[in-house]
Ligand binder design. Structure first.
Ligand SMILES: [Cu+2]
Length: 134
């Protein structure tokens, strides 16, 4: 057989190229979809792996700032005292008692699940509540 198939394929490719000025659009879209799928998988996998995280509670103007949500055992809280006064972060059940000198920060790793009311020993009107999941 002579080489008659080659021109036929070439003609077909030319026809398809003429019909679609961007013949690589579909093949370019596949890696993008794949990347989106991988990104989605990583996002979903993150809570399952539950890597310990560091969150911040800021003290300023004689008050504890917002307590981060979604705390888990193994996470760390960094207490940041932005005031010019000494404060403490003291658990009502005595499970922690941190001295927070002015303009310093202290880290606390959460070792127990539960709800922990806390206050400042120096200013009992300052208070908050940690909720820690297993
Ligand atoms: Cu205080």
């Amino acid at each position: 057989m002579p080489n008659t198939w080659r021109p036929a394929i070439t003609r077909r490719l030319q026809r398809e190229s003429a019909a679609d000025p961007t013949p690589f659009r579909e093949s370019a879209a596949i890696p993008r979809r794949l990347l989106l799928a991988l990104a989605g998988a990583a996002f979903v996998a993150a809570p399952a792996s539950a890597a310990p995280k560091v969150s911040t509670i800021t003290l300023q103007q004689m008050a504890f700032g917002p307590v981060p949500a979604g705390l888990r055992v193994g996470d760390t809280i960094e207490w940041v005292n932005n005031d010019i006064f000494v404060h403490s972060a003291t658990a009502k059940d005595k499970s922690f008692d941190l001295e927070l000198k002015p303009k310093t920060h202290v880290r606390l790793t959460l070792k127990k699940a539960g709800a922990f009311a806390f206050y400042c020993r120096y200013h009992p009107g300052m208070m908050g509540r940690l909720v820690v999941a297993k």
